[in-house]
Ligand binder design. Structure first.
Ligand code: SAH
Ligand code: SF4
Length: 397
């Protein structure tokens, strides 16, 4: 992960002569480093190893941005940090709070790319929804991120920097971890832009910092990785750092899922269900959350609900039905409220806990899964697919 940050810095610097190199570029961004990497950096710079933990706590537990404010670090170390290190996060270009308290930030990640993050306060918890890529290569049929094409992976610093920034914005720097429960981040979901398991290195690095008691100390059960079903990486996550897992299902048959989630052609439903079962052997939760975007006349019939019950028979799970969040040119419509209720009831009658996602932050366009509508279409995907072809109706009754 440090390698990713360094790679980025190195490649950004490659075209510059030493005399032209801005001072910033020579500095190491410490935000995305694990404690082990930070320790290596500190030792490499002639300091005692234990200083790294102090520094790490200042950065993440206390959200401090200024090295000079880290009062228990020796003055010489603070001077070194000012000269050779920095705490760099992506600039915020937009910060909006909706009437229901949902807050959305748009972050500039360079070269015309932006990603979003959203904070959703609820009575007993606060959930931060973060992004892992600018755009997404999976190109799901109903997803505006997918329609923008894939620009690039975010670095570990850019992913963890989202939590660092949001926490400072919500509870203030040096606030400690348990203050102001109303505004505290208790949960993180990887449900913003991008497919986290197609940016595995940065996702794993960020997860480790989030879970670390010396940093954010979040519980594994309260950090949810959401995936469109990258089967081999689900197995890797299960080994490396199992957290709660959400799988974006959206269809009960391969025929329909091939169209809605193109990755299904590579990892079809039978393999996906088997991967879910394997994941559960190590998961901190004893169920998988299946997300299911409700598309009018496409995947919302009674028959399809019954097919779903069959499909997931061997997988302890909950369902989260997400009313489709429309965007221009999608050619798709949201299922009616009655249809969603009838669909949910079939799952509930089969003993599956099912919730319908409330739409939050509507007035600021901040519902998860419908982010960054304003962002550039980097790969001109929309131009290449000007009008989306109608989806064949499968299994309608
Ligand atoms: N790439 C990951 C995580 C990001 S998307 C994934 O696909 O799981 C988070 C959730 O929002 C996914 O379940 C996704 O399918 C859903 N989603 C995407 N676009 C949506 C839309 N327009 N309306 C409703 N849900 C959407
Ligand atoms: Fe990518 Fe997820 Fe959108 Fe599919 S739903 S295109 S995987 S961000």
């Amino acid at each position: 992960m440090a390698a990713a940050v360094l790679d980025q810095l190195n490649s950004a610097d490659a075209s510059l002569l030493d005399s032209e190199r801005p001072a910033e570029a020579a500095r190491q961004n410490l935000i995305g480093l694990s404690l082990t990497e930070l320790t290596r950096w500190v030792v490499d710079h002639g300091e005692k190893a234990f200083r790294a933990r102090q520094l790490y706590r200042w950065i993440h537990q206390r959200g401090e941005a200024e090295f000079d404010a880290m009062t228990d670090l020796a003055l010489s170390l603070r001077a070194l940090l000012n000269e050779r290190a920095m705490l760099g996060t992506s600039p915020v270009t937009l910060d909006h709070t909706s009437q229901d308290g949902t807050r959305k930030w748009l972050l500039d990640v360079g070269q015309g790319n932006a990603v979003e993050m959203v904070f959703i306060p609820e009575t007993n918890r606060g959930t931060l929804c973060i992004s892992t890529q600018a755009g997404c290569a999976v190109n799901c049929r109903f997803c505006s991120t997918g329609k923008q094409g894939f620009a690039r992976n975010l670095s570990a610093a850019e992913v963890i920097g989202q939590l660092w920034h949001a926490r400072r914005a919500l509870v203030g720097p040096s606030a400690g971890i348990n203050l102001n429960v109303d505004r505290a981040i208790t949960n993180v979901v990887f449900m913003g832009m991008g497919e986290p398991l197609q940016n595995y290195t940065a996702t794993l690095a960020a997860l480790r910092v989030m879970l670390d008691d010396d940093a954010y100390g979040l519980s594994r059960r309260r950090v949810t990785v959401s995936t469109s079903g990258v089967v081999p990486m689900m197995d890797r996550l299960r080994e490396d750092c199992p957290t709660a897992l959400a799988v974006s299902l959206h269809a009960p048959t391969d025929e329909l899922r091939d169209e809605l989630v193109p990755l299904n052609r590579k990892y079809p439903l039978r393999e996906l269900m088997a991967a879910c079962q394997r994941y559960l052997e190590r998961s901190p939760r004893d169920f998988i959350t299946f997300e299911y975007c409700m598309l009018d006349g496409v995947n919302d019939s009674d028959l399809q609900a019954r097919q779903l019950v069959e499909l997931v028979r061997e997988v302890p799970c909950k369902f989260n039905l997400i009313p489709f969040n429309p965007f221009p040119g999608s050619g798709l419509k949201k299922s009616s409220r009655e249809r969603i209720s009838a669909f949910a009831q079939i799952l509930i009658d089969a003993g599956i806990v099912t919730t319908v996602r409330k739409t939050r932050g509507d007035d600021i366009d901040a519902a998860c899964g419908q982010l960054a509508g304003e962002v550039q279409d980097r790969t001109r995907l929309a131009e290449r697919q000007p009008v989306l072809a109608p989806i064949r109706l499968v299994g309608r009754i």
